[in-house]
Design a protein around this ligand. Structure first.
Ligand SMILES: C[S@@+](CC[C@H](N)C(=O)[O-])C[C@H]1O[C@@H](n2cnc3c(N)ncnc32)[C@H](O)[C@@H]1O
Length: 463
């Protein structure tokens, strides 16, 4: 028998209170005991997706904000129960169990009767209370007001469907490790295990139903990684048709050439020198190595955060791949660079993560508008520091998992205006998140349902 619902609600509310106090969602759910974590995280994600509505309802029910723990419990119950059609439990059960949760926790016991009174009134007057909050944009869209306004400015035609997509559950998308198997073979493996899936991107598969990842066939053997299909564009976009040091490299990455093997140089085969400048946890580093296949490639994975850099090693070890991992600040090449130019640099820059809020529903509530400015500044510094490290004829792929133009198209427009030796190659630009009805509206979308992303491929002309 699973844990009682009141206990799960208690833990969900505690996680919500921690997130409201500034803890990241992953840390807040990580703190829940492992046996209860999946259930609590599922409830917590749903509560975060509807928190704007819940807070507006709470204001209808109580003019004064209750203490943080009581408020978090109240908002958790309201977020889960405001929409009867999508509530995970009967609203009556939810209210009974939330009241039980309040009574059993010393941190909320004193507000037990108040919570009971609010939630019983909510059950009686739900439709009227919900209608009274409909005019509030934060309640309607469940994002902070500044976020809604920025999105509206940045994407005047699409902002509503982006906000809607952000509140949907994303699909589970995998990238097949083409060094070990193929997209077609892995689809057959899934089908044999009774798991429906469809091909997406070049080597991705999207599962019809999400499942615990370690239970998928081939996980321990490194046959796949979890990666959204928009993120799977990076490696092919950067590497396709690229030649090391300006020399012709016959490989599948250069379809114009035959496949007779790499050109041997004086010291052995010519290798592509690739830098992954912001690499942890190593998802794209691994894809670069997988995608290169038999082509000689040398990848340096740079990461400023030592703890996060350890995850690069773990990612590569599971997939049987190897790269040089350095812990250093990409903005300070004098500290880590050996002076040899790179054929290609991937700059997957730190950003607001505004494109992946459907996977991380806490992000929208944790960010401040001033973060956009600050991150855009960091991105500009990274671009400026790394561009001189690209050889003539080489490339730099700039990407962020953001839908905000300041971290995407505006950033690149400013860069191009100041760097006349940079050319923009054909690039996807802003990819807006696709979900459910949105994705169906784009029948030829080879990425299927995907997160929001931005890509700009910059080339330095050969001398
Ligand atoms: C968007 S994440 C990278 C995700 C990674 N490319 C992947 O696909 O798994 C950005 C990473 O850049 C790191 N970072 C931020 N500033 C950096 C800097 N100045 N130098 C190197 N790494 C940096 C962050 O710690 C974070 O791990």
């Amino acid at each position: 028998m699973g844990p009682p619902l009141w206990r799960q609600l208690q833990l969900t509310a505690q996680a919500l209170a921690a997130i409201r106090a500034g803890t990241s969602g992953s840390a807040a759910f990580e703190a829940v005991e492992p046996a209860l974590r999946p259930g609590v995280q599922a409830l917590g994600f749903q509560a975060l997706r509807w928190l704007g509505r819940a807070e507006a309802l709470r204001r209808q029910l109580a003019k004064r904000t209750p203490p943080p723990n009581a408020d978090a419990l109240l908002c958790t119950a309201l977020a889960l129960g405001w929409d009867a059609d999508n509530s995970p439990y009967e609203p009556f059960t939810l209210v009974d169990q939330a009241v039980e949760a309040a009574k059993r926790d010393p941190a909320t016991r004193a507000q037990g009767s108040f919570i009971n009174a609010c939630l019983r009134r909510f059950l009686r007057e739900r439709d009227d209370l919900v209608a009274a909050t409909n005019h509030e944009p934060v309640a309607q869209w469940n994002h902070p007001r500044w976020w809604i306004e920025r999105l509206r400015r940045d994407h005047p035609r699409d902002w509503q469907r982006v906000l809607e997509a952000n509140n949907q559950q994303p699909p589970l998308t995998l990238r097949v490790n083409t060094r070990k198997t193929s997209q077609g073979l892995y689809l057959q493996t899934l089908s044999a295990a009774g798991m429906a899936a469809t091909p997406v991107a070049g080597s991705g598969v999207q599962l019809a139903r999400a499942r615990p990842v370690p239970q998928l066939p081939g996980f321990a053997e490194g046959e796949f990684s979890v990666q959204d299909s928009a993120a799977q564009i990076a490696a092919p976009l950067l590497l396709d048709g690229l030649r090391p040091g300006g020399m012709a490299l016959p490989s599948r990455l250069d379809p114009a050439r035959d496949a007779s093997g790499a050109q041997p140089g004086p010291g052995g085969p010519v290798q592509l020198r690739v830098l992954d400048a912001c690499a942890a946890p190593g998802g794209k580093t691994a894809h670069l190595l997988e995608y290169a296949g038999d082509m000689p490639i040398e990848v340096t994975a740079l990461e400023i955060d030592a703890a996060r850099s350890r995850r690069i090693g773990e990612t590569l070890a599971r997939l049987d791949l190897s790269a040089t991992v350095l812990v250093a600040d990409a903005v300070r090449p004098e500290k880590w660079w050996d002076g040899q130019l790179f054929d290609a640099i991937l700059l997957d820059a730190p950003c607001t993560a505004s494109g992946i809020v459907r996977r991380h529903p806490d992000v929208r509530w944790l960010r401040r508008e001033s973060d956009v400015e600050q991150l855009a500044l960091q991105q500009a510094m990274l671009l400026a520091a790394l561009w001189p490290l690209v050889r003539p004829g080489g490339r730099l792929l700039y990407c962020t998992c953001s839908v905000f133009r300041q971290e995407g198209s505006h950033q690149i427009e400013a860069f191009l205006a100041h760097n006349t030796d940079a050319r923009l190659r054909p690039s996807p630009g802003h990819l807006l998140p696709q979900s459910g009805g949105n994705a169906r509206g784009v029948p030829d979308n080879g990425l299927g349902e995907h997160d929001g992303f931005f890509y700009a491929l910059l080339e330095k002309p050969a001398r």
